[in-house]
Design a protein around this ligand. Structure first.
Ligand code: PLP
Length: 379
């Protein structure tokens, strides 16, 4: 049997990782500015993460949601405080798509409606409803295309109002990323998010904020939508939540009444997942990684803006999209091969994505800028 090919592969086989670096079997170091698709938040193999998971593994690794789980209560408490949503409920799953799938399902149960408003460039995962609201036709199978959706151009406030005028009564949810990741780091404007919040409230539509990529402190606040001063009804979280341990979750506004049968999972929220997410939240809080993400990220964004060949730099904190005047594929390979630097791509072929650990040092970001400047001049 052979592994199913999932993505095109880099010529890199990491065998060890620490902080912002990966190491291959020969001991060559690679600066990781992609964090394995925005997953690494507190840094690879952080000692507190390793210790907490290791100790938990020795006690009990797993039991399902059918027993008392004080670790889940502890995590809900810590995340509630850290995120600014202490009054929300917390439901745990294992992946980002699953979190979005459950958010849409809960919105549909709650409102009794079934159509979902979504946006151009949106990317929400590969499960049934999550992929149907994703703006990436080649990954939507005929089976997924059965869902009722209404797609509007991101940041077009006029089109947004028209969509609610026309379809507001049919919508159970509107789903939007805090900052669009796969699209190439594209921010919804403050005006757009505020208008969306207003219209959702007016029409009884659940506002779902997909913070799978932009959450967990990456933009300098716990969630990217907090820069727009809105409060969603449902917030999904994955990637950085577990720093590589597969853990995800859904924050649910108090207006949603829980009842058995609405949601369920076998693996979600078991002991090891809670230990991993707790370790990440504790390090994020105690090492002030959100403030660090802004302190390192904002000047980095400014430096990148000044480089020849850079058309636009988008994003906040350590969620950065750099759009060039050329396709990025060859440049990414050169950065890896010749400089040992790993950067991400995006759906948009002229954009690289920088999504490093929130603990990255200013020396490492400066090293990248220097190398990048040389490479951009090379052509
Ligand atoms: N939502 C967003 C914004 C994402 O970027 C992704 C993955 O890239 C997902 C959802 C899906 O997450 P997962 O791959 O964990 O299912």
């Amino acid at each position: 049997m052979n592994p199913f090919p999932v993505y095109p592969l880099f010529d890199l086989t990491p065998v060890r990782a620490e902080g912002s670096y990966l190491y291959d079997a020969e001991g060559r170091a690679y600066l990781d500015l992609y964090g394995g698709h925005a997953v690494i938040s507190i840094g690879h193999s952080h000692p507190h993460f390793v210790k907490r998971i290791g100790e938990q593994l020795e006690r009990i690794a797993f039991y399902s949601n059918s027993v008392q789980m004080p670790l889940q209560d502890e995590l809900a408490e810590v995340l509630g405080e850290l995120s600014g949503y202490p009054d929300y409920q917390w439901f745990m799953v294992s992946t980002g798509a699953e979190a979005n799938e459950n958010a849409l399902k809960l919105a549909s149960f709650h409102t009794g409606k079934h159509k979902v408003l979504c946006f151009t460039g949106g990317w929400h995962g590969r499960t049934s409803a999550a992929v149907a609201v994703t703006d990436d036709p080649p990954i939507v199978a005929p089976l997924n295309a059965q869902h009722a959706i209404h797609r509007v151009a991101l940041n077009d406030v006029h089109a947004l109002r028209e969509a609610f005028d026309w379809d507001g009564e049919n919508l159970c949810a509107a789903i939007v990323e805090g900052i669009q990741g796969v699209a190439g780091v594209v921010e919804p404007t403050v005006e757009f998010l505020q208008e969306l919040r207003k219209l959702c409230t007016e029409y009884g539509v659940a506002l779902v904020l997909d913070e799978v990529q932009s959450g967990a402190g990456r933009t300098g606040r716990y969630f990217a939508h907090q820069w727009a001063g809105i409060r969603p009804d449902l917030i999904t979280l994955a990637k950085g939540l577990g720093n590589g341990y597969p853990v995800a979750g859904l924050m649910i506004a108090p207006s949603f009444h829980a009842r058995y049968g609405l949601l369920g999972t076998t693996f979600g929220g078991a002991h090891l997942a809670c230990a991993a997410a707790l370790a990440v939240a504790e390090v994020t809080r105690d090492s002030q990684l959100m403030a660090h993400a802004s302190a390192v990220g904002e000047p980095w964004i400014e430096d990148l803006r000044g480089l020849e060949g850079v058309v636009e730099v988008r994003g906040r904190g350590l969620m950065i999209g750099v759009q060039l005047d050329r396709p990025v594929a060859e440049l990414r390979q050169r950065l890896l091969r010749e400089h040992g630097i790993l950067v991400g791509s995006a759906g948009q072929k002229h954009t690289i994505r920088l999504l490093p650990a929130l603990s990255i040092s200013a020396d490492d970001t400066a090293r990248f800028t220097e190398v990048f400047e040389q490479e951009l001049k090379r052509r």
